[in-house]
Design a protein around this ligand. Structure first.
Ligand code: HEM
Ligand SMILES: *[C@@H]1O[C@H](CO)[C@@H](O)[C@H](O)[C@H]1NC(C)=O
Ligand SMILES: *[C@@H]1O[C@H](CO)[C@@H](O)[C@H](O)[C@H]1NC(C)=O
Ligand SMILES: *[C@@H]1O[C@H](CO)[C@@H](O)[C@H](O)[C@H]1NC(C)=O
Ligand SMILES: *[C@@H]1O[C@H](CO)[C@@H](O)[C@H](O)[C@H]1NC(C)=O
Length: 339
């Protein structure tokens, strides 16, 4: 694999041949790991792809601010499950059950119509060239920047999976909002992300909404105590209980960042400081010794948070991509090409 990739790179960059040949014996391992994705992957095959993606995302966010959050989350749920390979977008078929029905996704992940609009717009300018996995990566960058967050160098060249992961695999890979922090850190570690990535990427919750079902045990029966989580700010608890009464609509929605819901900023971390984190997995960032110092640092410095978030998005985007001749460039993000 490493040698095949290296050969491709030599072949397409003839002017750099001499230099690369000199470096090759020393950097072959680096190349195997790092030369997989590239910011210039579509430079000749689809030079306008980033602009096209951003145009559709901009319109979608103008129509509904929440869409920025929903698109960011799709990239996360794609990458954590068998790598960033567009598998989250596959529909159920007669023979295969997709990832969309898995508990963390079912009735929760959204934005598929916007991904379809992006895909159509991209196909119109460069047919059968840009993967659905790369569209999710580009849409995440566009979404975050358009609502006030940082941009990052989006590495490209991912190819699309030809089959989804199983429901069991999805549930095993994605973090659960009611897990303790060591368990959540473990889910990140399983895909090669560290504690800093865990804390910075949790800041994705500075935008978007959650259903009551994702946090209601904190409101009424925390850890089987029959009482609310005692750490929740009392006024915030009362407000959450009003939105999510026992036996009420489990799909009622609350903002993950109650103060600046549609803006990518440090509001999420500021809320944690005053015990107004929505999910248990959010609030635990300030009580776990490994994460608390980072959560405090991000609360007090937007530039520290933005720099860390941008780097961690690149790290997340690098999770086990399919490259080269692996997978395919799906023509319709909902189904594999052979369907
Ligand atoms: C730390 C582990 C994480 C846990 C336990 C977690 C859990 C959740 C849950 C339970 C929801 C609400 C889902 C619902 O009720 O329908 C949610 C929403 C969301 N998550 Fe996470 N998440 C985590 C990490 C991330 C990461 C790494 C990102 C992206 C960088 C992210 C971005 C989002 C966004 C933007 C939303 C709102 C989506 C929308 O409004 O459509 N989350 N998350
Ligand atoms: C990321 O977003 C920024 C700001 O919208 C944009 O200038 C940049 O082109 C985007 N990068 C990619 C690769 O899409
Ligand atoms: C997904 O949600 C629907 C509608 O609430 C439900 O009928 C279905 O059983 C759920 N699927 C799984 C696999 O849990
Ligand atoms: C795009 O390419 C695919 C595969 O090569 C082909 O089946 C399809 O007709 C093309 N679509 C357009 C609009 O050119
Ligand atoms: C709280 O949860 C525990 C453990 O899950 C359960 O045994 C208990 O019945 C619940 N209490 C109430 C009041 O729902």
């Amino acid at each position: 694999m490493g040698f095949a990739r290296a050969f491709t790179i030599l072949y397409v960059h003839l002017p750099q041949l001499q230099l690369l040949l000199l470096l090759l014996p020393f950097s072959i391992n680096d190349m195997h790991v790092k030369a997989q994705l590239s910011p210039s992957f579509y430079e000749t095959s689809c030079p306008t792809v980033a602009t096209v993606v951003e145009g559709v995302v901009r319109q979608a966010i103008e129509a509904e601010a929440r869409m920025a959050a929903s698109l960011l989350r799709l990239h996360f749920h794609d990458c954590f499950v068998h790598g960033c390979d567009g598998s989250v977008l596959l529909d159920d078929t007669a023979t295969v059950i997709g990832e969309k029905a898995a508990p963390p996704n079912n009735n929760s992940i959204r934005g598929f119509e916007v991904v379809d609009e992006i895909k159509s717009a991209v196909e119109a300018v460069c047919n059968a060239t840009v993967s659905c996995a790369d569209i999710l990566a580009l849409a995440a960058n566009a979404s975050v920047t358009l609502v006030g967050g940082p941009s990052w160098t989006v590495l490209l060249g991912r190819r699309d999976a030809t089959s989804p992961a199983t429901i069991t695999q999805v549930t095993a890979a994605l973090p659960n909002p009611n897990s303790d922090m060591p368990t959540i850190i473990g889910r990140f570690a399983a895909v090669g992300l560290d504690v800093e990535d865990t804390v910075a990427l949790s800041g994705g919750h500075t935008i978007g909404l959650s259903r009551c079902v994702s946090f209601s045990t904190r409101l009424y029966n925390f850890s089987g105590t029959g009482a609310p989580d005692p750490t929740i700010d009392p006024n915030f608890l009362a407000s959450l209980q009003a939105t999510c009464p026992q036996g009420g609509d489990a799909n009622a929605l609350r903002p993950l960042d109650a103060t600046t819901t549609d803006t990518f900023d440090v509001g999420y971390y500021s809320n944690l400081k005053i015990n107004r984190g929505l999910l248990l997995s959010d609030q635990e960032l300030t009580s776990d010794g490994n994460t608390a110092p980072l959560a405090a640092a991000y609360a007090s410095s937007q530039s520290t948070f933005f720099t860390a978030f941008a780097q961690s998005m690149v790290n997340m985007g690098n999770i086990s991509p399919l490259t080269g001749s692996q997978g395919e460039i799906r023509l319709n993000c909902h189904v594999v090409n052979s369907a």
